[in-house]
Write a protein that binds this ligand. Structure first.
Ligand code: ADP
Ligand code: MG
Length: 721
């Protein structure tokens, strides 16, 4: 058997798969209990316009279409081969298809990596065969794809029992077939149209990024949606996110795995505060991906962006015949960080023709003084949406004697204002069904509740309004060469020495193992001093009585050590006590935590948060991929919930945020220079003084590893910064 070694690019293969001239279905059947039966059924039902070649060894026709015993018997080479036969036969089919010159196959069959170690071995062999024969694979273990743009429906889902799949601008790549199908079924109902929707299955060969890259280049696709469980190639993911942002194509993302896993909460505070989802969230935010938490809001936003691509939506105008609905809606907008559009005087003057003089946005049409309530809605919508301060107008429909007519009045007014973003919220259930149909027919985006609308607008607004990062390309001016260090855990003394070597201010002190040595050590320090236990077994020293502050004489130091030693013998009898750290006590007015954590996928993350004893309780932390500039670090600090306290709330003096930002930037460069070896680092606390008086790291911990995992994100950053 001769194998033709050709390489087929992912793009070429996806193009062939999504717009094939001919399709072979291997394992075609008339039994809709089987994948091969359902796929045939929907290919025929949705009238695939090209040639269809069912392959079935036992029949000469399937559902009235001439069938062939094997791929070798077909009159021409199919652009796409759909494989529905059981796992043991798949590899042979792929081999034949590739050898004959087909460039793409959809493997619906399961029993590969989805079926444990043995299945994984089959999958590897399958990919090898595909490579050797120049054919690319979607799946295995997938539900196929739905390409409304090309009329190619290769999918086994019963959501396809509809007349026609609405074509439109939403492209979707999903790691779960079921999630995508449920989403599409909802989308069909509200008239959101699709370009190409692909279920990725096990992603043995073609993977998420291949499809995103395709959708980015595809003219039919105006909005990209993805459902992701895990990434195969984080660097490429980041690069594609930047490209999507650069070409102005919104990329909306649903990601599972939001809740932290216990394994992440081991060594440092930072690790428990900055889990892997937080890392993912950070990378999405920095690169313009709209991360959504639920499919309902994702659908609302996809529908809105398909209709009004890349328009901002921060300032919202609202109208309703229900004051209650408006009040609830306004609450949700505020919670999502959106604002109620402040109308220009001209608009208010125009509204006053119909309403009491103090009228403004949001407008309750029920208080109109002129005309029938319905008819007033038309000029109201037109005035609100035409206002230069309005980004989007939303008509909130609660109940009305004639809901559909009421809604239509708003629709007409909005249309008169031109092509600015307009959407409807239909609060009732069955009562609004005919109105829903009317919205679909007119291609007006709508949501069934204001909450979903608010989540959608909030997510889009946060993405479009977040200030793009000043990606740090240069370290601080006086940046030293970072010393090479042995792997291992660094306690407070060593960790602070490392920080001091890169210009972070730390307090002076030394370690004594013998109480007799305290006198000479204290002679070098200024009073008062602090005594802390030094032990590799004690992570939180003050929890076990291992920190004593405010010591003002050598005698007090000795007494403190003696008492501490007794205390520790009861609080942690197993701990090995290596000595006692005697250090200067530092004055500070606020405590921050600054940390590094290595993310498996995205490399080092720098975080800064509210420090001290409230760290975990407040969980007030901002995260960025390292390195960050001092400008970005300042922005991070100013985004903390407790930032007002640092900036001088209630008559208190402003603290030295600039000095803290410098520390954050330096720590991030330290992580960058250690090239993935700095597994974790915590400064807690960094004590901040008044503006101009700097800040001091008074406690720190770090862990260095041997392996040099090159950090993923900084290199990607450097490449495109
Ligand atoms: P741990 O975090 O292991 O319990 P720390 O060294 O952070 O121990 O000390 C606990 C707290 O004591 C700090 O959060 C800080 O408020 C205070 N503290 C520790 N060292 C100093 C110091 N040198 N100067 C002033 N305050 C200090
Ligand atoms: Mg501490």
């Amino acid at each position: 058997m001769k194998t033709v070694q050709t390489t087929t690019s992912a793009f070429e293969a996806i193009e062939a798969a999504l717009s094939p001239r001919h399709i072979a279905v291997v394992g075609a059947s008339e039994d809709v209990g089987k994948f091969g039966g359902r796929i045939m059924r929907y290919l025929l039902h949705h009238r695939f316009a090209g040639e269809l070649y069912p392959v079935n060894a036992k029949r000469n026709q399937v559902s009235g279409v001439r069938a062939y015993p094997s791929l070798d018997d077909l009159p021409e080479t199919p652009d796409l081969v759909v494989i529905c036969v059981p796992q043991p036969f798949v590899r042979d089919v792929v081999e034949t298809a590739g050898r004959q010159g087909s460039r793409a196959a959809v493997v619906v069959s399961n029993g590969f990596a989805d079926a444990g170690d043995e299945g994984r071995a089959h999958e590897e062999a399958l990919v090898e065969t595909a490579r050797a024969n120049g054919i690319r694979l979607i799946g295995p273990n997938c539900m196929g794809f739905i390409s409304a743009a090309t009329g190619t429906i290769v999918c086994s889902s019963n959501i396809l029992n509809i007349e026609r799949v609405p074509a439109g601008g939403v492209g979707f790549a999903s790691q779960s077939g079921a999630v995508l199908m449920a989403f599409m079924d909802c989308a069909f109902r509200c008239g959101v149209g699709f370009s190409h929707s692909v279920t990725l299955g096990n992603q043995a060969d073609l993977e998420l990024c291949d499809f995103v890259e395709y959708l980015l280049a595809d003219d039919n696709t105006r909005v990209i949606c993805t459902y992701v469980e895990g990434l195969k190639d984080p660097d490429r993911f980041v690069a594609l996110a930047r490209r999507a942002r650069d070409v102005g194509k919104p990329w909306l993302m649903l990601k599972s795995g939001r809740t932290p896993s216990g394994a992440e909460a081991a060594f440092s505070h930072t690790a428990s505060l900055v889990g892997s989802y937080r890392a993912f969230e950070t990378v999405c935010r920095e690169n313009g991906i709209v991360l959504m938490k639920d499919a309902e809001a994702l659908l609302v936003l996809a529908g809105l962006l398909e209709r009004y691509p890349t328009k901002p939506v921060g300032r919202v105008a609202l109208s309703s015949s229900s004051g209650g609905s408006l009040a609830l809606a306004a609450d949700r907008l505020f919670e999502e960080g959106l604002s109620i559009a402040e109308l220009v005087p001209e608009s208010r003057k125009r509204l006053a023709e119909y309403y009491p003089p103090q009228i403004t946005n949001p407008v309750d049409v029920g208080v109109a003084t002129r005309d029938a309530l319905g008819r007033v809605s038309t000029p109201t919508a037109e005035i609100l949406l035409s206002d230069p301060n309005t980004d989007i107008f939303i008509a909130v429909i609660s109940t009305a004697p004639d809901l559909r007519a009421m809604t239509q009045y708003f629709v007409e007014g909005a249309a008169a204002a031109g092509d600015k973003p307009f959407a409807v919220v239909l609060e009732p259930a069955a009562l609004a069904d005919s109105t829903r149909e009317s919205m679909v027919a007119q291609r007006i985006p709508y949501a069934d509740n204001f909450d979903a609308m608010a989540r959608a607008l909030g997510a889009w607004h946060r993405t479009t309004s977040s200030i793009s990062r000043d990606l740090a390309s240069k370290p601080p001016v006086d940046w030293p060469a970072v010393k090479s260090l042995a792997a291992g855990e660094l306690g407070e003394f060593e960790a602070k020495a490392l920080l001091a070597s890169v210009g972070v201010e730390t307090n002076r002190g030394g370690v004594v193992s013998d109480i007799a040595d305290t006198e000479s050590l204290c002679a070098d320090l200024s009073w008062p001093v602090v005594v802390k236990v030094v032990s590799p077994d004690i992570v939180h020293k003050s929890d076990v009585g291992g920190v004593v502050l405010n010591l003002d004489s050598p005698a007090a130091v000795r007494a403190a050590i003696e008492t501490m030693s007794d205390t520790l013998a009861t609080t942690c009898p197993q701990a090995h006590i290596a000595g006692y750290l005697v250090q200067e006590q530092t004055i500070g007015d606020a405590e921050l935590i600054v940390g590094i954590r290595q993310d498996e996928q995205f490399g080092p993350l720098i975080s800064v948060g509210t420090g001290g004893v409230w760290v975990e309780i407040l969980a007030d932390v901002e995260v960025a991929t390292a390195p960050v500039s001092a400008v970005d670090a300042k922005r991070m600090i100013r985004s903390l919930r407790t930032a007002p306290l640092l900036e001088g709330a209630r008559g208190k003096p402003a603290l030295d945020i600039a000095a803290a930002a410098d520390v954050v930037s330096r720590v991030s460069w330290l992580a960058h220079d250690l090239g993935g070896r700095l597994a974790e680092l915590d400064i807690n606390p960094l004590l901040l003084r008044e503006e101009g008086l700097g800040c001091t790291a008074v406690d720190a911990r770090a862990r260095l590893t041997d392996e040099l995992n090159p950090p993923a994100t900084p290199s990607a950053q450097a490449a495109t910064a």
